[in-house]
Every structure is written in C-alpha cells, then in structure tokens.
Design a protein around this ligand. Structure first.
Ligand code: SIN
Length: 311
C-alpha cells in the first residue's frame, strides 16, 4: 500500500472531523501526511511553518495531530516567535513555573537543555526523565506541546511517546474495572526532590513557585475532548496516588498501569534530526526523554498549549 493510501486509511479510521489526506495545494502549501509504522505518529512533509498557514492547511495539520497524536515537521528553520505564533493557533500558551529556564524575551518558551555555560544550566537538563503528560499537575493540563530542535547530540537524545488510548483499550478487564471512575492525584513535586538530588538542574522552588503547583485531581481515564476516545491519564512523572484507595493498593495499581502503558507496542521513538519540530497531544500520549551522554550538547525549545478540564 502506498504511503498516501496508508495515510487515507489511517486518517479515516478515527475521524470526528472530516479526514484530509494526501497532498493539497488549493490556496495553500503542497504537503503530505505520512503515517509511521509505529501505530502512532506521522511526518508532515513539505510544509514551511515559517509561512502563515491557510485555514484549510491548518485544518489538515489539526486533523493529522488528532489522528496520529504526534506529528513531525522536518527542517523547520523558524524563529522562536514563529514557533510561538504557530503554537498559539491551537490555544493559549502556558508559562512554565521554572522561569529560570524561559527563553529571554519569550516566556512562552521553556529551554530544554543539558548545556551548562559559565557554571549555569541554560535549560532544564532533566526534563522528561520520567514518563509524563506535560503539565498534568495543573487544573487545566496541556493540550499539546511543540518541541523544536536547536542543537542535537551526535548520539542518543531520542524522545519516546506512548499511546495512552491503546494502552487503555488493551488493559486486562480486571484492571479496567479497578480504575473505572477513579480519580488520580498529580503533583509537580512528585519526583522533584529526587531529580534535584540526582543532578544539578533543578532550583529550589520559591514560595511563589510552590503556590503555582498545588497538587490536583484528574480522572484516571479521560475522554479526549475532540475525538471522544478514552485514554489512560496517569504517569510515573506526576501521578502520586489514586484517591480513595489504601496506599499500598494505590501504588500497586499505579505500578501496573505504568508498566502496561509503556510497553513497546504502544511506543513511537523519535530520533531527532536538525531543525525538527515535533508536536504531540498530551491528552493522548505520555512521553519520555531517553537522555544522551552528558558531554554532548542538546538544546530544544518547547511551547506548551493549555487544554481543557479533563473528564
Ligand atoms: C519534555 O519532556 O518536554 C522534554 C522531552 C525531551 O527533551 O526529549
């Protein structure tokens, strides 16, 4: 089957909005959506995000994002402002609590980097060390994030994405029953102290920063507000416990969910290329930064779009 036929089939399979597939040019850019073999993810080939997108082109990108959950735009030589402008078309941007790692004059961008200059980290070096959905610790967690490569290591530095729809759908019946209607608590501080002790990236949070990250409760299984598909919504990085269960039962259930949701068959592994921009859906996926040798420089810019109240 050709890439275009595959695209048509996959794009059609879970549509709520009308599907768009193949190359379209009328009034817009000539680009294609090519799904990966991984069961999630697609590459959008031939688009320039530095140019304004027509309404129809934007609708195709939006559709591809909903259908494939993570979309990869290659060779995007865009400025931080263009990155922000494109991200804003999907919703309000969130400002990360670690203002220490905002890009100068662009607080909408979080610098993710292992580079240390003059003894100071230029970005958050251990971002994504544990599986997580971005900013799930806020009352309105993120819709999606856009990560743009600035400097890449010659080795390592991949990002892994796990499909929480298929993870939910393939849960054993007794675990599905055990989490049905349950509420999970998410906290930015879940792993903060461990990570602070393990490496030198994380600042001590001020009282003002702590006030911004009070723990929140969300359904352990959420419904995607745009596609109607159900997805697991817990992660090792931010979920501390399930409300209403004894501590050991909650830990045991969460450990089973974490192990199940990160099985190889649910994962797309992104190997970064220069100037890639990767846009994922935090309502459908969790992700993990695989890490790279510490002497190799890695720097990416991230914007994070606010989403809806999970239900
Ligand atoms: C993140 O979790 O946002 C960072 C992912 C990465 O650095 O690969």
């Amino acid at each position: 089957m050709s890439a275009q036929a595959v695209a048509t089939e996959v794009l059609s399979s879970s549509s709520v909005l009308p599907p768009f597939a193949g190359a379209h040019t009328a009034g817009g850019q000539d680009f294609e959506v090519i799904p990966f073999n991984a069961g999630l993810g697609a590459e959008i080939v031939g688009i320039d995000l530095g140019k304004p997108l027509s309404v129809a082109d934007f609708a195709r990108v939006h559709r591809a994002h909903l259908d494939h959950h993570v979309v990869v735009f290659r060779d995007q030589r865009i400025t931080p402002q263009q990155h922000i402008d494109f991200s804003r078309r999907f919703g309000k941007l969130m400002i990360h609590v670690l203002h220490q790692f905002h890009l100068a004059n662009h607080p909408e961008i979080l610098i993710v980097s292992n580079i240390v200059e003059d003894g100071k980290p230029v970005g958050l070096g251990d971002a994504g060390k544990y599986w997580h959905s971005d900013i799930s610790y806020k009352p309105l967690p993120s819709l999606g994030s856009l990560l743009h490569a600035q400097e890449l290591p010659a080795e390592g530095g991949d990002t892994l994405f796990a499909n929480m729809h298929t993870a939910y759908e393939t849960l054993p019946a007794e675990i599905k029953a055990a989490i049905d209607g349950k509420v999970a608590v998410h906290s930015y501080l879940a792993k903060y102290d461990d990570m602070k002790k393990a490496a030198n990236w994380r600042p001590t949070l001020s009282a003002e920063q702590l006030a911004q990250v009070k723990a929140v409760s969300h359904p352990a299984v959420r419904t995607h507000p745009e596609t109607g598909r159900r997805a697991l919504f817990v992660s090792e990085g931010f979920t501390t416990h399930i409300e209403g269960l004894p501590e050991d039962e909650s830990r045991d259930l969460l450990n089973q969910l974490f192990a199940h949701s990160t099985k190889d068959e649910f994962i797309y592994r992104h190997q970064w290329r220069e100037h890639d921009l990767v846009f994922w859906d935090n309502r459908s996926l969790i992700h993990l930064a695989a890490g790279c040798p510490t002497h190799l420089r890695r720097k990416l810019f991230r914007t994070t779009i606010e989403g809806d109240l999970p239900y």
